[in-house]
Design a protein around this ligand. Structure first.
Ligand code: FES
Length: 107
């Protein structure tokens, strides 16, 4: 299992254990992680799965495709250098320990 830590804007910590082979958005919504909406189901049309990846981990992720970067322009909260749409982050065993921050709002 892959351990992921979500840190909310108010510093609340939510931990998740998820199986590899799914997106971070899917794993988070199925586990009812507060602060991840995923309204479009992962089709890159909503930007409600915005996360800010811890800088140490951000370097280990494949870079975002242009469509992801474009959709981040529609995020409800300010985008930071390590902002990602977590429906585009595929969970792999090497992401065990991943830490992401949640924006103040997704809508
Ligand atoms: Fe809609 Fe990620 S779930 S863009």
């Amino acid at each position: 299992m892959i351990h992921i830590r979500f840190i909310s804007a108010d510093h609340t910590v939510q931990d998740l254990q998820a199986a590899p082979g799914q997106s971070l958005m899917k794993a988070a919504t199925e586990a009812n992680i507060r602060g991840i909406e995923g309204d479009c189901g992962g089709t890159l049309t909503c930007a409600t799965c915005h996360v800010i990846v811890d800088p140490v981990w951000a370097k280990q992720l494949p870079p975002p495709v242009a469509d992801e970067t474009d959709m981040l322009d529609f995020a409800a909260s300010p985008v930071e250098p390590d902002s990602r749409l977590c429906c585009q982050i595929q969970l792999t065993p090497d992401l065990d320990g991943l830490v992401v921050r949640l924006p103040a709002a997704q809508h």
